[in-house]
Write a protein that binds this ligand. Structure first.
Ligand SMILES: [Ca+2]
Ligand SMILES: [Ca+2]
Ligand SMILES: [Ca+2]
Ligand SMILES: [Ca+2]
Length: 370
């Protein structure tokens, strides 16, 4: 049984050995038109479309292969090692299905560009720092898993779904362009950067839902239009959330440390807005326009809620400030009812703005009905 296979196996073994000695990637194309690039990289790995399903692969400037018939997937798997890898893919006008890139540990750098939409870009890094830039539209998903290390992900493309997952270190995620907010779009974005002082900026228009979940450390988040529901679960740490653009429903859940939430002058929420910040010295400033009710709840800590002079709330405002010394200031316009309550009789409530509905202020009266 074994004997006839021996020749084949020794050829295979020989090729694998060659990979290890050469320290350069190898490239091959399957019968179904998938390009596979694998091995150890020597330097910058470039995969460039030449037109008509032809691609050229180079490693550290040296030609690896020029291959034909690439029409399905491009899979790049650099062997697990702590070496640093840099991979650049330029698809030009090639309409392939999926790009899957796995660069393992080390300081990795991956960038993809293309002129026509493909189905998926899936990137998987390792425990080191991963830097990923995507610039090709995807009809299904653009997904990046950075794991630990201070990763950075910049998406300049449209995608049906964006997904990012990070690890224990500080991650930096940007969707869309700060210079042209709304110029890129996605139906959904799910950003879970883990612990570490993460930063997430979304300048893309999210046509359905946005979900952000931070970790134990400070998360700094800035977002733009979300046409359906935006959910922010900030975790502990001194989190800061800047809300720009228009939202249908918006929910913020803070942690046991200081949370700060800023509704920009140009922001609006049309259906529901709930901000629950728990312990810590929490702070909310409302400058925008709510055509719905506004619900705020915070427990311990010196909490401050400011409704600024430019703010307009068409619905009712309910503010529960919890224990410790709190401050509520209203300088804007509330067309519905205003209800403010806390545990401390000595809390400072200032109503300078307009309230068209009923006003009920209960310093010391929280939990005592109302
Ligand atoms: Ca990483
Ligand atoms: Ca992180
Ligand atoms: Ca956090
Ligand atoms: Ca808090």
């Amino acid at each position: 049984m074994k004997r006839p296979k021996r020749t084949k196996r020794s050829q295979f073994d020989y090729r694998k050995l060659e990979d290890r000695i050469c320290l350069t990637v190898t490239a091959s194309v399957t019968q179904t038109g998938s390009l596979s690039v694998r091995g150890f990289s020597d330097g910058l790995v470039q995969i460039n479309a030449l037109g008509n399903q032809q691609f050229q692969i180079t490693d550290n400037g040296a030609p690896v292969a020029t291959v034909n018939g690439v029409r399905q997937n491009i899979v790049v798997r650099i062997n697990p090692s702590p070496l640093n890898d840099t991979v650049r893919i330029n698809l030009l006008n090639e309409a392939i299905d999926n790009v899957v890139v796995e660069l393992s540990d080390g300081t990795n750098d991956f960038e993809i560009t293309g002129n026509v939409p493909i189905m998926r870009v899936i990137y998987k890094g390792g425990s080191g720092q991963d830097t990923v830039v995507t610039n090709v539209d995807t009809t299904r998903i653009t997904a990046v898993s950075g794991f630990d290390g201070s990763n950075s992900f910049l998406a300049q493309n449209n995608s049906r779904r964006f997904r990012y997952r990070g690890g224990v270190d500080a991650d930096n995620v940007t969707l869309g362009s700060t210079l042209a907010p709304g110029s890129t779009q996605a139906e959904f974005a799910g950003i879970i950067p883990g612990d570490g002082e993460n930063r997430f900026e979304c300048f893309a228009t999210i046509t359905e839902n946005l979900y952000f979940r931070g970790g134990e450390d400070r998360d700094t988040v800035t977002t733009f239009d979300v046409n359906n529901t935006a959910s922010f679960v900030m975790g502990n740490g001194s989190n800061v959330l800047f809300l720009d653009g228009d939202y249908n429903r918006l929910f913020v859940r803070g942690g046991f440390d200081t949370d700060s939430v800023f509704f920009d002058e140009n922001s609006s929420v049309s259906q529901r807005v709930g901000v629950i910040l728990f312990g810590g010295n929490d702070f909310v400033r409302v400058d925008g326009r709510f055509t719905t009710d506004f619900y705020f709840n915070s427990t311990d800590g010196t909490d401050q809620v400011f409704i600024d002079s430019s703010a307009l709330v068409i619905g009712n405002v309910s503010v529960l400030l919890g224990a410790d010394f709190n401050q509520f200031t209203h300088n804007g316009e509330i067309r519905g009812d205003l209800y403010v309550a806390s545990y401390n009789v000595g809390d400072n409530y200032r109503i300078n703005g307009t309230v068209l509905g009923r006003i009920r202020l209960r310093p010391g009266g929280q939990g005592g009905g109302g």
